[in-house]
Design a protein around this ligand. Structure first.
Ligand code: NAI
Ligand SMILES: CC(C)CCC[C@@H](C)[C@H]1CC[C@H]2C3=C(CC[C@]12C)[C@@]1(C)CCC(=O)C[C@@H]1CC3
Length: 345
């Protein structure tokens, strides 16, 4: 069978395409008629029709050969936020992103879409309907976020209309959906260990959880609107479900959907945060002797006990963004996709 040669603007690469978001993005791009290459350090992207390049994004030579003939690059690779390997975050998110930009420019890539994070402005205190005008966090909640800030700055500053290299950053928040390795599995693991009985704070704090297909939609809209005359060049955009929800209602709905009891008893936020901080300090001090990873890290407690939801008005205005899947539909689809995490299995 003859292979169809696609125009260059329909040839793209997804760096981090084996991951949770990356793989959903790859599947949608194929549906939309793109030819897709995946570049990832992990070889698990077995999507038919995709050219897979295994490599580390810090390796420029490997990137140069993977990005040859590609006009559009999505960069959604990152070490997992739960890792406490600072030098890995630094190497991949900062130095590696610099290498991605250099490689894109060298091979003539025209558009680069970065997956950033809404958390780049979060300092652990309430954010209600935050816009993209909020300043970057001076005290980011963890080292992962610190390097996401630097990464976003690098990509947005590299936007150069004269050189024909256009960039944009998408800032999702709390991505969930089928195959998510993080949110639902951590929640279920906590419930299975009998630790999901307590609500931190009064339980009224509103948060954004964003269904993965909406995040993918935001990325593709951004890529397709990224032209020299577009207002989106060199800018960050929040992409959310546009339905802030009580953190504990969301967690309860997922837990109940999977057959677990929802948390019932309230604990003061400041008490849990203090305990989490203490445990985290202990884990650091005792690391040479014993290794343990507390479930309730200060970062998770801050995310579970404060308001953090963001406006996506700018994405609506500048790129015609609108969530395609409601929170209710997203939760139903997610719960259904995890039969092995149902209680009793
Ligand atoms: N999951 C979430 O709630 C949110 C995620 N994000 C961002 O979205 C992006 C995707 O996240 P997920 O899909 O959740 O993570 P993931 O861990 O499922 O996927 C990340 C992918 O990057 C790859 N990767 C890591 N280091 C690499 C390297 N040195 N070279 C090549 N590939 C490498 C991994 O192998 C993995 O396939 C990340 O940039 C993350 O910071 C932003 C906001 C929220
Ligand atoms: C044990 C429970 C109190 C909490 C379980 C759920 C959490 C694992 C998740 C709730 C909010 C999530 C979140 C992220 C990771 C998973 C949660 C902490 C991110 C840190 C992922 C990377 C980002 O860029 C920001 C996300 C914010 C929300």
């Amino acid at each position: 069978m003859a292979t169809r040669v696609r125009p260059r603007n329909k040839r793209c690469a997804v760096i981090g395409g084996s991951g949770f978001l990356g793989r959903h993005l790859v599947e949608k791009l194929l549906d939309r008629g793109y030819s897709v290459s995946v570049f990832d350090i992990c070889p698990s992207c077995e999507v038919p029709g995709v050219t897979f390049h295994r490599g580390d994004l810090c390796d420029k030579q490997a990137l140069l050969s993977a990005l040859k003939d590609v006009s559009l690059v999505f960069h959604c690779a990152s070490p997992a936020p739960g890792s406490d390997n600072r030098s890995l975050f630094e190497r991949v998110n900062i130095q590696g992103t610099r290498t991605v930009i250099e490689a894109c420019i060298e091979v003539g890539v025209q558009r680069l879409v970065l997956t950033s994070s809404a958390s780049v402005v979060f300092e652990g205190t309430d954010i209600k309907n935050g816009s993209e005008d909020l300043p970057y966090a001076k005290k980011p909640i963890d080292y992962y976020t610190k390097t996401k800030i630097e990464q976003e700055k690098l990509v947005l500053n590299a936007c150069d209309k004269e050189k024909g290299f256009l960039t944009v950053a998408i800032r999702p928040h709390g991505i969930f959906g089928p195959r998510d390795p993080q949110l639902v599995p951590i929640l279920v693991d906590t419930a299975r260990r009998g630790k999901m009985k307590f609500i931190i704070g009064d339980g009224t704090n509103l948060v954004d959880f964003t269904f993965v297909e909406n995040v993918v939609h935001g990325h593709i809209l951004a890529a397709e609107r990224l032209r020299p005359d577009s207002p989106i060049c060199g800018k960050p955009y929040h992409i959310t479900n546009d339905e802030p929800v009580r953190f504990w209602d969301f967690m309860s709905e997922v837990l109940v959907g999977l057959g677990y009891d929802p948390p019932r008893y309230h604990l003061p936020y400041i008490l849990v945060y203090g305990l989490a901080l203490l445990l985290w300090l202990l884990a650091v001090i005792l690391r040479p002797l014993v290794s343990f990873k507390p479930t309730f890290t200060p970062m998770r407690v801050a995310l579970a006990g404060t308001h953090h939801y963001y406006s996506c008005e700018r994405a609506k205005q500048d790129m015609g963004y609108k969530p395609l899947v409601s929170l209710k539909e997203g939760i139903a689809c997610t719960v259904q996709s995890y039969p092995h995490l149902q209680k009793g299995d």
